[in-house]
Design a protein around this ligand. Structure first.
Ligand code: LLP
Length: 459
């Protein structure tokens, strides 16, 4: 399908920075700071070509000010509640990004001992961490208890009993909440839907009351602190959130009454725009998609439902805070005309961004040098020996030639954090841009460090 706005991308992006303020007011969720200036794609004030020249490709490039603007917008949207952001670090767990969030007073949603360790390393506060996940190990639970996390988000009675026992051994009380599964379809890709009866996550809403009663009666080392829900990721409409919150709030009220819970977490899942407008300056896109979720529409719909609870509200956004703030900078290496297709081969593979292969994810692909020629329909493919190794299929993009740089947009979330060394490809470098300043936040992995933990048996 021909995506929207390729023309607008060409004709309007130079103006994007100039219209930033007005534009941001009109369409707050639209902006990121990747735009063409003087014929070359920039991140804030830095030419992506300069980054490629210094750090090579593939490299993830993050715009610090896009992250901060998104964070600020979300914090302000929920200002009338006692709301706290727990950034879901699985979206992008680079220490520099965690450090940035921690300095802004953000807490964290974690799903492993490793994520907790990363937060502490980056100067984050463990007492601002909620710890979810269906299969926490004994070692992880002990570590989280020692660190003094804010709350375990528990997903089964077995897990609650394990935490109770481990807390008892450690002579501690463990703060807990249960993840309620409200059985609401999030209308997103099946692999990132979590809140229905088909999913492994949480405890069915009909069993929650009984489970809290069991905790109170039989697990003296647990301190009931809250209730949590998370129905899925990349939700592009507000309605499923509304339905789920409507189902869960009466329960939260009841648990407040019975056990004095202090918080309700409504999870993450706010979707971003992957195709269409982005920085193109196409205000019409938003008029044509009134149903598309924005931070403002999300807050407007949920605040009236949440406010009467008088509870602390936790938000666990991942993608919405970093997704549009990052791109993967890559180079076209070859092209090949097949029998039925034109392929552009790039130096980034599904090991760098697995989203197209795993979730049929769509990422816009823009040339770094601005093109005025006609577009061609191509498959953009990587070097991995798998047919699933593509970043775009049957996509109309400018006719970039071997040697040219490309940026794969909206790669800030679930890009580097899901990358691997498959095919023995070292992990990509990561840099953060702040105005005209570039900071290397992850060196490109070397071949030596890639195999550092492998052991060659002595012959
Ligand atoms: N809270 C919990 C309990 C979660 O499981 C998740 C995401 C989040 C918050 C953050 O969700 P977000 O705001 O980022 O939508 N790899 C997939 C997404 C997996 C999401 C897993 N859980 C992707 O690339 O689309």
């Amino acid at each position: 399908m021909m995506r929207l706005n390729r023309n607008l991308v060409r004709s309007r992006t130079c103006q994007t920075v100039l219209v930033f303020d007005t534009f941001k007011k009109l369409t707050p969720d639209l902006m990121h700071q990747f735009a063409y200036k003087n014929g070359s794609l920039h991140c804030e004030n830095v030419d992506l070509a300069a980054i490629a020249a210094t750090y090579g490709t593939p490299t993830f490039v993050y715009s610090r000010n896009t992250i901060l603007a998104d964070l600020d917008e979300l914090q302000r949207a929920f200002a009338e509640l006692d709301a706290h952001i727990a950034y879901a670090i699985k979206a992008c767990s680079n220490g520099a990004i965690l450090q940035l969030m921690a300095k802004r007073g953000v807490g964290f949603d974690i799903v492993s001992g490793g994520e907790l360790w990363r937060i502490i390393r980056a100067g984050g506060d463990p007492s601002a961490c909620t710890y979810a996940g269906v299969a926490k190990t004994e070692e992880e639970i002990r570590y989280a208890l020692e660190c003094g996390i804010y709350c375990f988000i528990c997903e089964s009675e077995d897990e609650l009993r394990a935490i109770n026992r481990i807390a008892s051994d450690a002579g501690k009380q463990a703060p807990v909440a249960v993840r309620v599964n409200p059985n609401v379809d999030a209308h997103t890709h099946k692999y990132i839907t979590t809140g229905t009866n088909e999913n492994k996550f949480g405890v069915d809403i009909s069993r929650i009351e009984q489970l809290y009663a069991t905790i109170a009666a039989e697990m003296p080392r647990l301190r009931i602190r809250g209730l949590q829900m998370h129905i899925g990721s990349q939700l592009t409409e507000v309605q499923p959130f509304v339905t789920a919150v409507q189902k869960v709030t009466p329960l939260a009220s009841q648990l407040k009454e019975l056990y004095g819970i202090e918080f309700l977490s409504i999870g993450g899942g706010i979707g971003i725009v992957y195709d269409g407008c982005l920085a193109s300056g196409n205000l019409d896109w938003w008029k044509e998609h009134p149903e598309q979720i924005t931070i403002a529409s999300y807050a407007r719909a949920l605040i009236p439902l949440l406010k009467p609870l008088g509870l602390r509200i936790l938000l666990e956004p991942g993608r919405r805070l970093v997704g549009n703030a990052g791109v993967l900078l890559t180079r076209c290496i070859y092209e090949k005309r097949g029998e039925s297709k034109l392929f552009k081969m790039i130096d980034a593979g599904m090991n760098d961004i697995i989203r197209p292969a795993l979730y049929e994810g769509y990422h816009e692909i823009w040339p770094v040098r601005e093109h005025n020629d006609d577009s061609v329909v191509v498959d953009v493919v990587g070097p991995i020996c798998e047919s699933g190794d593509f970043q775009a299929q049957n996509r109309s993009i400018p006719d970039v030639k071997p040697g040219e740089l490309l940026a794969e947009l909206s790669a800030g979330a679930y890009g580097s954090s899901m990358s691997s060394t498959y095919n023995s490809r070292p992990l990509a470098a990561e840099v953060m841009v702040d105005g005209d300043k570039i900071t290397l936040i992850r060196r490109r992995q070397t071949l030596e460090s890639m195999v550092a933990d492998e052991i060659l048996p002595t012959p």
